[in-house]
Design a protein around this ligand. Structure first.
Ligand code: ARG
Length: 464
């Protein structure tokens, strides 16, 4: 059986062309979508009186059989069939004869591939959303256990102000919530059926696109057939959303790598999700977060590759568009396994609260509180208070103390108006809890944020 029985091209194609042209080696991933789409198509053709009942029944039985053959592992994918669409049609013809040839009435491979691919992207949006919810649940659990766990908040990777670990973790919960929303709206916006557009201009057959769309669970049909068969925005959106997701995963991974180093010692990754060195017996390596960080690069590559494929294409379908699939398959799989393993890593790591607390004693994290004290209690302008605090920090460094450890007597040397209450102001836990503005790091505000995330997860209920 050849690729497509053609009127224009006589004789068989060269082996080299088959190898270059065929997409079956990767688009077989779409077999389920292709079969589901074809079943809906023949149901519509029958309902509209375009094919008879016996042909419809035979085609559906044949397609079910092929699905089983593929899933049981004895289906033969042949490069000569070019792609999954022709492969299944050719196999159906082998199985049921001429009735199979009616299946492609009122459609083209252009709307067929658009349909299969859209359904695949739709499925992946759904899968990723589910995985994101599991990740969020673990983050919230960690947060709930750490609303009083002090650690240094950083800017420029330098100690800045004391925050609590729950607050830090909830920053990631916020990022992943936006990811959830992006996948969710990508799903909704693209839940539109392309089938029935045929090659580019619609079809003269009395089809019912709405009916076919409904069988396939789409919420509507596309507006303009020329756009529909040329459009891969849905795939780009998925690739972009995955890129942002992986960027978030990569940032968290970077922190896990830092935190698990001897320099920080804030966390310890579980043995189950750590690896060892082939030569240094004492080592425990954070390969998982490193790989997560590394895999982010290929995912960006897939987005840029598809944008580039599409940028110069005239309407409508061009074979360049066959290059749309591998990147999407690869990014989707990468995102899925990344979410799964990150969730496990977080679930199984241990948190060293003491090491975090100890680290807060370095870097004068409550220097801003002292400047604020001088401003509100001693009549300084903030800029003058900032300057004097700088001098006090220099003094603390000289005597080997952290600002939070200075006594009122020591501080009075710089400003006699300073009172005993300063000691509690510069104490680190109080400094953290003083940041009680909406969305701030105080334990009270952090607990409100946890509540917000918990309510959100609860509200998802029946999701997609
Ligand atoms: N294998 C093709 C693809 O993945 C299917 C569409 C082919 N259409 C065509 N007119 N050659 O894009």
């Amino acid at each position: 059986m050849g690729k497509v029985a053609s009127g224009k091209i006589k004789g068989s194609s060269s082996k080299l062309l088959d190898e270059f042209n065929a997409s079956i080696s990767f688009d077989k991933e779409l077999y389920k979508e292709d079969i589901t789409g074809s079943i809906a198509h023949v149901q519509m053709l029958y309902r509209q009186g375009i094919i008879d009942k016996s042909s419809k029944d035979k085609i559906i039985r044949g397609l079910d059989y092929i699905k089983k053959e593929i899933e049981d592992g004895f289906y033969r994918f042949d490069i000569k069939d070019e792609d999954i669409h022709m492969s299944i049609e050719n196999r159906l013809t082998e199985l049921i004869g001429d009735d199979a040839k009616k299946m492609h009435t009122a459609r083209s491979r252009n709307d067929q591939v658009a349909l299969d691919f859209r359904m695949y992207v739709r499925r992946k949006n759904r899968d990723l959303v589910e995985l994101l919810i599991s990740l969020e649940s673990v983050l919230i659990k960690i947060a709930k256990e750490n609303t009083d766990t002090l650690l240094p908040g950083m800017t420029h990777l330098q100690h800045a102000q004391p925050i609590n670990f729950a607050y830090h973790i909830l920053a990631y919960a916020s990022m992943f919530k936006r990811d959830y929303e992006r996948f969710n709206t990508c799903y909704t916006r693209n839940n539109i059926s392309p089938i029935g557009c045929a090659a580019l201009a619609g079809t003269p057959y009395p089809t019912d696109r709405e009916y076919e769309a409904k069988i396939l669970g789409f919420k509507g049909v596309s507006i303009n057939c020329l756009d529909t068969v040329s459009d891969r925005d849905f795939a780009l959106e998925l690739l972009f959303n995955i890129s942002v997701l992986m960027m978030h995963i990569s940032r968290l991974s970077e922190e896990l790598i830092l935190w698990s180093s001897s320099e920080f010692g804030f966390i310890e990754l579980s043995d189950e999700y750590s690896t060892s060195s082939s030569i240094m017996p004492q080592k425990k390596n954070p390969d998982v977060p490193e790989l997560l960080r590394g895999k982010t690069g290929r995912v960006y590559g897939n987005l840029i590759a598809l944008l580039t494929v599409l940028k110069g294409l005239p309407l409508a379908y061009n074979k360049d568009m066959q290059e749309d699939k591998e990147g999407v398959f690869d990014s989707s799989k990468t995102a899925e396994i990344s979410l799964k393993i990150l969730t496990k890593v977080l679930e199984t790591m241990s948190i060293n609260k003491e090491a975090m607390k100890k680290a807060t004693k370095k870097g004068h994290l409550s220097a801003t509180d002292l400047a604020d004290y001088l401003t509100t209690k001693c009549g300084y302008t903030f800029r003058d208070a900032y300057k004097l605090t700088g001098e006090i920090v220099g003094y603390a460094d000289e005597i080997g103390k952290d600002v939070s450890e200075l006594s009122v007597e020591e501080l009075r040397r710089f400003e006699p108006d300073i009172k005993k209450d300063v000691e509690s102001v510069i104490q680190l836990e109080n400094s953290m809890n003083a940041r009680n503005s909406q969305g701030g790091t105080s334990t009270e505000e952090t607990k409100k944020q946890i509540e917000y995330f918990e309510k959100w997860i609860e509200s998802l209920g029946e999701r997609l």
